[in-house]
Design a protein around this ligand. Structure first.
Ligand SMILES: CC(C)(COP(=O)(O)OP(=O)(O)OC[C@H]1O[C@@H](n2cnc3c(N)ncnc32)[C@H](O)[C@@H]1OP(=O)(O)O)[C@@H](O)C(=O)NCCC(=O)NCCS
Length: 298
């Protein structure tokens, strides 16, 4: 019951609109309200590569968001699903996700779920597949990795993009070439060359509180370490983040040694078709995603 000191405000009337039409500062306020590190620039980039919806109250405040990112025509990731803390547990998350399912149609979907969202996605039929380790901290270069025989490491160049897109496609079984090209513009990249072929690569871009390394695509731990190490050196003393599904092994130990211990975990989930074990290309050793583009993009 309302008293002189309190007032009961139960009914929020929300309308849903296109996220592309919303002032980026309002989206930034929303993500800050749940403690997420995205800067307005990070929202801008996500809006360039994906689409989504925003829930607004009668005076235009943004109290909810949800986005999706097509990988070619036959798969999409879902992300930036946020409900303002004062509206949580009242069905807003479900309401937003129902609209995303309408927009994405019959496509198989993948996402990385926080603990807060797990119950929501499970109730919508998403299946858990794997754990993602969010590794971050103050970058601390340890001793350089041993030089790999018959390889050379160099900065990625624009002309490498088609080759990087092929490696990326083999690793994630979906066409992310448009996303990769956009990230490339904002990133510094490293490639590992063996013979005349690029066998591993990494990109690193400004994100949130510092910089984020991702994607990292390689066929083994040693190659993944070789393309990640230069970013650790470049950001020594600064805040660096990398999201990985490597639970243990040399790459995961390298991250801890480099000042990037596990800070949190999220769960990779999928709807309609498994995401991580989709049909692989029939090449010899398939490359693997050692570092995600981001939790939102996979
Ligand atoms: C995750 C989040 C979007 C959920 O939004 P929401 O508006 O609270 O979601 P809803 O009210 O629609 O609840 C969805 C389901 O979770 C259940 N639920 C929500 N909060 C709950 C709680 N605290 N305890 C138990 N169940 C809860 C609801 O009962 C509902 O289940 P149902 O569909 O089976 O009825 C919101 O908590 C949030 O923004 N969190 C911070 C950002 C985040 O983690 N986003 C997820 C990114 S993957």
């Amino acid at each position: 019951m309302a008293t002189e000191e309190s007032i009961q405000l139960e009914s929020f009337e929300l309308t849903v609109g296109d996220l592309a039409d919303v002032d980026v500062e309002k989206l930034h306020l929303l993500s800050m309200s749940v403690g997420w590190p995205h800067r307005p620039k990070d929202w801008d980039m996500l809006r360039e590569v994906g689409q989504g919806i925003a829930a607004m109250d009668q005076i235009g405040r943004v109290l909810g968001s949800a986005m999706w990112f097509p990988f070619g025509d036959d798969f999409a990731t879902v992300g930036m699903v946020i409900t303002s803390p004062r509206l949580q547990t009242r069905g807003t998350g479900r309401w937003l996700m129902d609209r995303i399912l309408q927009q994405t149609g019959p496509r198989p979907l993948g996402l990385n779920s926080t603990r807060a969202a797990r119950r929501l996605y499970l109730s919508m039929g998403f299946t858990p597949e794997a754990t993602v380790y969010q590794c971050q901290g103050e970058a601390l270069p340890s001793s350089p990795p041993a030089t790999l025989t018959a390889t050379s490491l160099r900065e990625a160049e624009f002309k490498d993009l088609p080759e990087l897109a092929v490696l990326d496609r083999q690793a994630c079984n979906a066409d992310r070439s448009a996303l990769l090209a956009r990230l490339f513009e904002a990133s510094k990249g490293m490639v590992l060359v063996r013979g005349d072929r690029i066998v591993a690569f990494s990109l690193c871009r400004p994100f949130g509180r510092g910089s984020l390394v991702g994607p990292v695509i390689a066929s083994n731990d040693a190659d993944a370490i070789a393309v990640t190490y230069p970013h650790v050196v470049n950001h020594a003393g600064g805040f660096l983040r990398l999201d990985t599904r490597q639970a243990s092994g040399a790459f995961s130990e390298f991250l801890t040694r480099s000042g990037l211990p596990v800070y949190d975990t999220v769960t990779t989930m999928s709807l309609r078709e498994p995401w991580l074990i989709r049909e692989k290309d029939s090449t010899s050793v398939p490359p693997v995603i050692y570092g995600l583009m981001s939790q939102t993009l996979g």
